[in-house]
Design a protein around this ligand. Structure first.
Ligand SMILES: NC(=O)c1ccc[n+]([C@@H]2O[C@H](COP(=O)([O-])OP(=O)(O)OC[C@H]3O[C@@H](n4cnc5c(N)ncnc54)[C@H](OP(=O)(O)O)[C@@H]3O)[C@@H](O)[C@H]2O)c1
Length: 322
């Protein structure tokens, strides 16, 4: 297998390098790319040191079996089509292609089947807050049909990459004014992630709306998100309120969540510090007053479940089905 990671020096890219090894993906040839700024930096992979190369069109024309992209939407738009045209399977973490009708948007546990026969081209990795939410809900949707979702997120600063983490750390030392976030994040919560759109929602919120419908293959689900940045380093948390089409009983709901792949249902309260560094989505505080509406608390590591691990799971699923 010929494999390359684009954005290998970033938060997600570095985690991809780790998760590839944890999942025992053993490419015969491997390369790591970033911007010119990081060319020459070192990446360690299975104990061997590699030099990071500058991303170029020429490199993308070589063709790889798998290319994992996590360098932002503009870089993906510029380079991923060239790589796909050269016969590579490009697993793209950015938002660039997620809503393109012909591009699969994949959470392997839920809709990995659509990768069968998709031999080359771009596969989109969904937004981090969407991935963990749909993992906690897909079996419930299969059993009871979800009519609507109201979700408030509590998203960590690592969701904004290494600059987001640096901003919180610098503000903790009293150093800098808001840059990456629209208001101070240290000792605060900021109810705007991404840019504000004309409809009053943010683009992060609209990702949760549109991507959830595409992954669950149900354009009728009504989704009402409020995405909020909190001063936490790793893991996004979500308070999720759901209305179902069919009536449920709590034990049926619990069985649905417990039967979801890579999801843990627990009676313990799970916080970001508990979930960080794991590949699981934790659902706790599942509760209801009646039989068509319930609440849950959902926590997962945004860099792993929400990005790197999902991308590597896409690679593994693709290999299994093709
Ligand atoms: N953080 C998350 O929770 C999360 C979750 C899901 C998806 N994503 C998506 O994943 C992508 C990366 O996010 P991140 O959090 O890892 O960001 P990050 O920490 O800022 O890293 C960005 C990476 O992209 C590289 N890069 C930037 N400009 C480039 C260029 N012109 N050519 C080649 N490489 C370039 C950077 O290289 P240099 O070191 O050379 O600057 C770095 O390796 C984004 O699309 C983001 O939306 C992030």
């Amino acid at each position: 297998m010929r494999l390359a990671v684009v954005g290998a020096t970033g938060e997600v890219g570095r985690m991809m390098v780790r998760v590839l090894q944890e999942q025992n993906v053993q490419p015969a040839e491997v390369e790591f790319f970033a911007s010119a700024k990081s060319a020459g930096a070192e990446v360690e992979f299975y104990g061997k040191k590699y030099r990071v190369k500058e991303l170029t069109k020429k490199a993308m024309e070589q063709g790889y079996d798998y290319l994992l992209f996590s360098a932002g939407a503009s870089v993906s738009r510029e380079f991923a089509p060239t790589a796909a045209g050269a016969g590579s399977v490009v697993i793209d973490n950015s938002s660039a292609f997620r809503m393109s009708p012909k591009i699969p948007l994949v959470v392997p546990e839920i809709n990995g089947d659509i990768l069968r026969g998709y031999r080359k081209g771009i596969v989109a990795n969904p937004n981090c807050s969407t991935i963990q939410m749909v993992l906690g809900l897909y079996r419930i949707h299969e059993r009871y049909g979800i009519r609507s979702i109201v979700v408030s997120t509590y998203q960590s600063v690592s969701g904004a990459g290494k600059n987001g983490m640096n901003e919180l750390e610098e503000q903790m030392k009293g150093h800098i004014a808001p840059k990456k976030f629209v208001k101070q994040i240290h000792l605060n919560v900021v109810p705007q992630i991404g840019s504000l759109l004309e409809n009053g929602f943010t683009d992060e919120e609209m990702k949760m709306v549109n991507e959830t419908r595409k992954i669950l293959r149900d354009p009728e689900i009504s989704i009402w998100p409020t995405t909020v940045r909190v001063p936490v380093l790793y893991c996004h948390s979500e308070a999720v309120f759901v209305e179902t089409r069919k009536a449920f009983d709590l034990s049926g709901l619990e069985a649905a969540v417990a039967g979801s792949e890579h999801v843990v249902l627990t009676q313990d309260m799970v916080t970001p510090l508990d979930a960080a560094g794991t590949d699981l989505t934790f659902v706790s505080r599942l509760r209801a007053f009646d039989d068509t509406r319930f609440l849950m608390w959902n926590v997962a590591d945004n860099i792993r479940v929400g990005a790197a691990t999902n991308a590597v799971r896409i690679l593994l699923k693709h290999g299994e089905l093709n």
